[in-house]
Ligand binder design. Structure first.
Ligand SMILES: [Zn+2]
Length: 464
């Protein structure tokens, strides 16, 4: 048995029964957390001096389209409408399987580097099984814990082809994946379904997809919001058919009515919010405050590295600042003054990227907190760094001060993926070069140029 003991650190367990320990120790045996306590003796273990570190559970990124990693920064000036036109109907159609593999590998490695140990890879660029297998290969090679959510692409239909909204989720492909790459339960990769839902598909497709997910026992996750819904009555029918339950995961949800939101919370539906991207692309205000009023909480995701950074601490900080801002504005509107006290404690924002991510994946018993018996997914943050020191409130130090530069070490299932500030991946330079070649080729095929909208680009070209 391999045993590692990290001693005398500040330990933020995120387990209410264990709290924070200062000093605290974590004993890891093979892939699990064996013990958490103030003092633990384990003479046969590898001992790590934790005095310079804050230990937190590995972060959980609940929603990301990792296949876009090679297109970083391309969509940063696009609204959702531009993104649909140019990404889904344009750039996405130029991906070969190898482009998906290298994007998923590089994107997942970056997540590990940023302290994310579990990634929901919401993969909706699967035009062929080869693309899908390549996506899964990229995740596996990275060594991250990942939930691969299989989805279908969204190109403009060619003549004679059905629009994507009319195409049911491919049952044969899900069954193939369950027989093949996801046959084993004893692995870091799990499967979910990234379905179209009422916002992006016909009623017939909605019903078929929801029934299939339930029958197979997979989480059905879908985008909700951004422009008019394809099937406005869809949720009414799905609710009437009793198909809305805790296996349903709604991404965004900005346009859901208060009544429906309340019913969904009651039914156990989970919500994955991508605050920074939602605010940037025009989805509307993230629904964190609306969920809190119902006694619920979101998981958080990056969504698009073609728009923003993949750093989950930044996303949580932005989510917290945004909701506090809305709450403060409400108070000023109602009373003319500043609230007596802060509306959301920092610790709650840390649950969004740990505990709530685990809940969304129905993996609360395995990940999300530093609890004995759970998987050893954890992050060591440098507490002595100039931008963090002195640490009076460890939770606030992590969420409000720390950044990627302070993520010293990352462990997934008892195995180090990053140590002493360096990713333990043999050939990172090769991955970067392949990613560059992939992104450059795809962009080149559509003539994308920085700082220019496509129409502007054409005009300029025409002028010369
Ligand atoms: Zn998304």
């Amino acid at each position: 048995m391999r045993r590692t003991l990290i001693r005398d650190a500040i330990v933020i367990t995120m387990d209410p029964a264990l709290g924070d320990l200062r000093p605290g120790s974590v004993l890891i045996e093979d892939d699990r957390i064996a013990a958490v306590g103030e003092r633990i003796d384990a003479t046969d273990a590898e001992i790590i001096d934790g005095r310079k570190f804050i230990i937190i559970p590995g972060l959980i990124n609940a929603h990301m389209h990792t296949w876009q990693t090679g297109l970083r920064s391309v969509s940063s000036n696009w609204t959702l409408l531009e993104y649909f036109r140019w990404m889904h109907a344009g750039l996405a159609t130029r991906f070969h399987p190898e482009d998906i593999r290298i994007a998923n590998l590089a994107g997942a490695l970056n997540q590990l580097n940023c302290g994310t140990t579990t990634l929901v890879d919401w993969c909706h660029n699967n035009p062929t099984p080869q693309h899908t297998d390549a996506a899964i290969d990229g995740l596996r090679e990275s060594g991250i814990r990942a939930a691969f959510f299989h989805g279908s692409p969204k190109p403009d239909p060619t003549p004679g082809e059905r629009h994507f909204s009319e195409v049911p989720h491919p049952r044969g492909e899900i069954e193939r994946l369950l027989r093949g790459p996801f046959a084993s339960r004893d692995q870091l990769l799990t499967l979910g379904m990234a379905v179209l839902g009422p916002h992006y598909s016909t009623l017939e497709v909605c019903l078929q997809d929801f029934r299939m997910a339930r029958e197979i026992g997979l989480i059905a996750s879908m985008h909700q919001g951004g422009g008019p819904a394809k099937t406005p009555e869809g949720w009414d029918v799905l609710e009437r058919e009793d198909l809305v339950d805790d296996f349903v995961n709604v991404v965004h949800g900005n346009d859901l009515s208060d009544d429906r939101l309340a019913r969904f919370v009651e039914s156990g539906v989970t919500f994955s919010v991508t605050p920074e991207n939602e605010m940037s692309q025009g989805h509307g205000h993230p629904i964190i405050g609306r969920l809190r009023k119902l006694g619920a909480a979101p998981s958080l995701g990056i969504d698009l590295e073609s728009v923003i950074s993949g750093d989950m601490l930044t996303v949580a900080r932005i989510a917290l600042a945004h909701q506090r801002s809305l709450d403060n504005a409400d108070c000023r509107a109602a009373t003319g003054g500043i609230p007596e006290t802060c509306t959301i404690p920092v610790r709650e924002a840390l649950t969004w990227i740990t505990v709530q991510g685990a809940r969304m994946l129905k993996m609360e018993h395995r990940i999300g907190t530093l609890t004995p018996g759970k998987q050893a997914d954890l992050v060591l943050i440098r507490a002595d760094a100039l931008n963090v020191w002195p640490v009076h409130d460890p939770v606030a130090a992590v969420l409000m001060q720390a950044n990627l530069a302070n993520i010293d070490s990352v462990m997934v299932a008892g195995a180090w993926k990053k140590r002493d500030g360096r990713l333990l991946f043999a050939d990172l330079e090769r991955v970067k070069q392949e990613l560059l070649r992939s992104g450059t080729r795809i962009l080149g095929e559509l003539g994308w140029q920085p700082e220019l909208r496509r129409e502007e680009g054409r005009e300029r070209k025409a002028a010369h």
